[in-house]
Design a binder for this molecule. Structure first.
Ligand code: MD3
Ligand code: FE
Length: 227
């Protein structure tokens, strides 16, 4: 028996996934940036069906940037405001340009997770009005950028990783600053606020490492106060 991967005596190694101790704590990336390892795990059973429901009403789509490039990441939104882009620019909008209808409401499990995670990182009273839902297939990436389309930089951004692992790039305040590589796995939450709110960041091209629940998909939820 392989005792190294197995915390429970006498249990087969194939069940090790379910034996893993909860990953807890708070890792500080900067003065206002924290990784909360595994913080979303208790919410996953509520989040996954909610994401499926959202996608039925507002489909994942590959946006075209103002520069004419089609993004490798597919996106949908929920909440009062949703982020969109086309040849005219990036903006938050109250309606889905694909349907003309309001974005789906933010599910209660989303709102609760975002608020609890923000509080755990020291940002009480976070009330997001926008949730971007990014979907990555193997090879999809997000090049270095700043999130600057929100009205109030005083509120933090809460990011929830689900499915396949990813390497997050945590840069500086100039595009050319050296970026730290932060591995993120299913259930991890990252909170960015204060002086770290406007840092450049991105995601390296995803490897094909299928996840037990989601398959060859990574989903990232980012909660923002946009309006
Ligand atoms: C760091 N999404 O949608 S959110 C995005 O994994 C985006 O899909 C990434 O960047 C993803 O814009 C990660 C993490 C994030 C968001 C805002 C930040 C990191 C940040 C602001 C400052 C520094
Ligand atoms: Fe971003």
């Amino acid at each position: 028996m392989n005792t190294k991967t197995n915390s429970g005596a006498g249990r087969p190694a194939t069940l090790a996934l379910f034996d893993d101790p909860p990953r807890e704590g708070r890792e500080r990336l900067g003065p206002g940036a924290f990784v909360l390892p595994g913080f979303a795990l208790p919410f996953v059973d509520a989040l996954l069906p909610a994401i499926e429901g959202l996608a039925e009403r507002a489909s994942f789509r590959h946006l075209v940037t103002p520069g004419g490039f089609t993004m490798s990441v597919a996106l949908t939104n929920c909440g009062a405001l949703g982020w969109t882009s086309d040849r005219r620019g990036y903006r938050y909008s109250a309606t889905d340009p694909d349907t003309g209808k309001p974005w789906p409401a933010m599910p209660e499990s989303f709102t609760r997770l975002a608020g609890e995670a923000a509080s755990a990182a020291g940002f009480d009273g976070f009330e997001p009005d926008a949730c971007l839902v990014n979907r990555y297939a193997p090879g999809a990436r997000l090049s270095l950028h700043q999130d600057k389309d929100e009205r109030d930089y005083g509120a933090p951004i809460v990011s929830v990783s689900l499915g396949m692992p990813a390497v997050f790039l945590f840069g500086g305040h100039a595009r050319g600053d050296k970026a730290a590589r932060i591995p993120l796995v299913h259930g991890d939450v990252v909170v960015w606020g204060g002086e770290d709110r406007l840092r450049y960041h991105g995601v390296l091209p995803l490897k094909d490492e299928p996840h037990a629940l989601l398959g060859a998909i990574r989903v990232n939820l980012t909660f923002r106060k946009a309006g």
